[in-house]
Ligand binder design. Structure first.
Ligand code: SF4
Length: 235
């Protein structure tokens, strides 16, 4: 069974040079058609975990770096049984947080970032998580992907977070080609029609996790095989 993370929050491969995103002929039509197919198959995409508390979601996303989904969910449950908001997190303190989150890996640095994040939320945003992914990216320990996942799931901001699955699928079909996460994210932001952006991360993540897998893509039962131009497509 494929190793999973919280909605594919494992980092996609990064390279030093970032060539410009390319747009092959007919790309706009293909992107729209692919998204329509994936949307039709899963018309009400749900994150699969509690996305009603933005602070809890943001901390959960932070915890998920290089860790598996079930462990992250269990540890988030344990942490938020003790804490409800950023002020409570500061009261709990870094040492206690470290002890709770240690099983997810990188416990000390994640605990340190949770404390810094909580302090920044209180100082800058009155204790609330900002609704914009751009503002979230100013918070300690929160990169583009974490900010976009949180803003998309918690506030339905129309941004498409790029994880390893989204990165692979986007390059293969292609929807947005690029050698870096940022190039693909920028390409998707331009290429995906607005009406699909809210659900796009989940649709592409699930397609990459379940069908267009890294080693053995199930091309013969892929719902978008006729729209895919990947030369490595299995027949
Ligand atoms: S046809 Fe194969 S390579 Fe193309 S999107 Fe489908 S599973 Fe992926």
């Amino acid at each position: 069974m494929a190793r999973d993370t919280l909605h594919g929050l494992r980092p996609a491969p990064r390279r030093l040079k970032a060539p410009a995103t390319t747009s092959p002929p007919g790309a706009a039509e293909r992107v729209g058609a692919v998204m329509a197919r994936l949307a039709e198959a899963d018309p009400d995409p749900k994150a699969g975990f509690d996305d009603t508390d933005p602070f809890r979601l943001l901390v959960t996303v932070l915890l998920s770096a290089q860790s598996t989904g079930p462990t992250v969910a269990r540890i988030a449950e344990a942490l938020f049984a003790r804490v409800k908001d950023p002020a409570g997190m500061l009261d709990l303190g870094e040492a206690e947080i470290t002890a709770i989150v240690r099983p997810v890996g990188l416990g000390p640095s994640k605990a340190r970032n949770i404390v810094k994040l909580s302090a920044a939320l209180i100082e800058t945003f009155g204790g609330a998580v900002p609704r914009s992914s751009v503002e979230m990216r100013r918070l300690p320990g929160i990169g583009r992907k974490s900010a976009e996942v949180t803003a998309n799931f918690a506030f339905h901001e129309p941004v498409i977070a790029v994880d390893t699955h989204v990165f692979r699928v986007s390059n293969r079909i292609p929807l947005a080609s690029g050698a870096t996460v940022d190039a693909v994210a920028d390409g998707l932001a331009l290429a995906v029609p607005e009406r699909f952006k809210d659900g796009a991360h989940i649709w592409l993540f699930r397609h990459g996790r379940d069908t267009c897998t890294a080693r053995k893509p199930a091309c013969t039962c892929c719902p978008v095989s006729d729209l895919c131009t990947w030369p490595g497509q299995a027949t």
